[in-house]
Design a protein around this ligand. Structure first.
Ligand code: ZN
Length: 447
């Protein structure tokens, strides 16, 4: 580190050298050239490292509760202080940004995304998996990543590439290298399904088409598939504990309990967790008993299953917005027609999960609906009966904890400076989360 005053001293020395005898002058000039060669590059580095911000909103949500008149200080890629202005240390070179009337929050964490998918009313899931080139899918994903970040979501847990192999791993690397803007990513790679259970479906029995996930069954095959996925970059292992698996699209459990346990054990031995797609009560029960970290969807959960999830600390990622979107793609005119049975049921089971004290990890299954519209899930969580403060905790500190992201999800000195500022107060109106004024990721201003 070199202070600017050192630089001034150098200039002084040079000036001084001009007034000396020729020999001394020559020597001093040489010293000064050495000074330039050795020190100047570090002055540039120093300026970069010393980026600092003083963020002055009306209030701060620190991941747990609200604090009126707090400010947040960011130095380099970290939060260095948070509290009342007269109680924090602010570097003299910090850039002050004022956001009157606004709320500062930890960068939001999307619990269930598919950056490699786009809304099914644009192109069906089958056609995205079978007809779109990987180049098109990745190109789209780069746009999705930017929109997600601009919406204030600085981290996503991306749960399945859906036929695009390990393109999610590549996308994550491209973002980390700074090639494209995007959120931090936890990725699942292709996900694991029981043979015959997944899609694309709808073909004659003698036609085999590539699947949207890796099929695997039984002891050796499952162990090998889990290890292969981890080896190729999966941060989490996603498994489908049930799926629409019958002539008329009825959801049924897929893997045996023993198989799910084996998947969890194999992933755990390398420090990874398993997340389970499960909509049926039996699929959820098996996934919970097997020890998965989160259950995705959980539409047909029962009070008994939710109780078991709460006892075992298995979180529910409810994906309310996905059901809402799909119902509308199928013709439901929301606001003009009564809610279809699927939505009525979802409201009921979500309330049962809340009543049972299940940890709720906010995640919408975005990709089924438009990327950048992630707040839709949070609005629906409030609409379906969750308190706004609990929703804000869910999408920040709770998701960080459930996903093992110890340096994210809270505003606290020492944590990574992933920060979003929105107009208004989302604890009073959750939709204020849409009015994004600033997005910072690792201390770098992205918006
Ligand atoms: Zn999904």
């Amino acid at each position: 580190m070199v202070e600017p005053k050192t630089c001034v001293l150098g200039i002084f020395l040079f000036w001084n050298s001009l007034t000396c005898t020729n020999t001394t002058k020559l020597m001093r000039q040489k010293i000064f050239i050495c000074f330039l060669v050795l020190i100047l590059p570090t002055i540039h580095l120093s300026a970069q490292n010393r980026s600092a911000y003083l963020l002055v909103p009306a209030r701060v949500f620190d991941g747990q509760s609200f604090h009126e008149s707090w400010v947040v200080v960011v130095e380099g890629d970290r939060i260095s202080a948070a509290g009342p202005l007269n109680q924090v240390k602010v570097p003299a070179y910090a850039k002050r940004l004022d956001f009157p009337g606004a709320t500062l929050l930890p960068g939001l964490i999307e619990g269930h995304s598919h950056l490699l998918l786009h809304p099914y009313d644009e192109t069906s899931w089958n056609d995205q998996v079978l007809a779109e080139s990987e180049a098109e899918r990745v190109t789209r994903a780069t746009v999705h990543a930017r929109k997600t970040l601009e919406a204030g979501f600085t981290t996503v847990r991306d749960l399945g590439s859906e036929g695009a192999a390990y393109a999610d791993v590549g996308l994550k690397k491209a973002i980390e290298k700074g090639i494209i803007p995007g959120p931090r990513m936890l990725v699942a790679g292709p996900a694991i399904v029981a043979t015959g259970s997944y899609g694309p479906k709808g073909f004659a029995a003698h036609i085999d088409v590539p699947q949207g996930a890796d099929e695997a069954d039984g002891h050796d095959d499952l162990i090998k598939t889990v290890r292969t996925q981890i080896g190729k970059g999966a941060d989490v292992v996603k498994v489908y504990a049930d799926y629409r698996w019958g002539l008329f699209g009825e959801a049924r459990p897929t893997f045996l309990l023993e198989e799910l346990k084996l998947i969890v054990e194999t992933a755990a031995s390398s420090g990874r967790v398993v997340v389970a797609h499960a909509g049926t009560a039996e699929g959820m029960r098996r996934a919970t008993l097997a020890g998965v970290a989160t259950i995705e969807h959980g539409d047909a959960g029962t009070p008994e299953v939710f109780k078991m999830m709460a006892e075992k600390g298995v979180a529910l990622c409810p994906t309310l917005a996905a059901g809402d979107a799909i119902s509308q793609y199928r013709g439901w005119r929301k606001g003009q027609e009564p809610e279809p049975e699927r939505i009525v049921q979802k409201r009921k089971t979500f309330q049962q999960a809340l009543d049972a004290g299940v940890v709720i990890a906010a995640g919408g299954d975005v990709g089924v609906f438009t990327h950048g519209d992630n707040v839709r899930e949070l609005e629906m969580m409030v609409n379906y009966g969750m308190k706004p403060l609990e929703v804000l905790k869910s999408v920040t500190s709770v998701n960080a904890k459930v996903f093992g992201l110890a340096e994210l999800g809270n505003i606290r000195p020492g944590l990574l400076a992933d920060i979003v500022v929105v107009e208004g107060n989302p604890s009073q109106n959750i939709s204020d989360l849409r009015k994004v004024k600033l997005v910072m990721k690792g201390g770098v201003r992205e918006l």
